[in-house]
Design a protein around this ligand. Sequence first.
Ligand SMILES: *Cc1c(COP(=O)(O)O)cnc(C)c1O
Length: 244
Amino acid sequence: MTNMAHDINMARNITDVRERLAAAARAAGRAPTDITLLAVSKTQDADAIRRAHAQGLRDFGENYAQEALDKMAALRDLDIRWHFIGPIQSNKTQAIATHFHWVHSIDRLKVARRLSSQRPAHLPPLEVCLQINIDGEASKAGVAADDAEALAVAVAALPNLRLRGLMTLPAPRNDWQGQRAPFFHLAQLLATLRSRQPALTDLDTLSMGMSDDLEAAVAEGATLVRIGTAIFGERPPKTLENLS
Ligand SMILES: *Cc1c(COP(=O)(O)O)cnc(C)c1O
């Protein structure tokens, strides 16, 4: 495909996603401007990110630290807020603390401590969310809902992190009620945390909803949706290289 054809496809995809978000917000009696569209650019090259940026997107999500650093270097001229949304390996915390604005996938205090101590002094605090394993899946990352409050209190006490809220990646479901249930649960968890821990004043973020379930997430109060496929198209299958 030519670059121009790429541009037209991407512009149409982004318009479609914005319309879906606006319709979902209206249906829920919410303002579309209250919901941040995070473009998930894992496996996409720097050029694709540049084209999405040209359509007005400013928040991009990456799952693999090394892959992200290469793209950041190529896109240094753009004003992008980079969000880390993947599993965090201990040997990658330094790079993540140095180069990202947000981290959505904190699920262990040990990793949070490393990120805080490795955050460069000249940068503002790293904005973070706790990843919650909302369906209690054995295979999935995230802290158990029952352990979220203790982790939140400990993370909020770290000097160079700013705890903003909760993130989840539920098991896929095809029906509307089924899709809403885990998002309802996450929203309740945040509401409970806010009322039990009034000292945690920055809790304003529910990072939930992807290409297939963004409407259900917005209906339950998502403030940030993480959209990959619906913007960039299908991803190539995972390879050993992009898993590292
Ligand atoms: C890949 C990914 C997404 C985007 O998923 P799509 O279905 O492509 O929209 C969102 N969140 C996380 C954590 C991801 O890994």
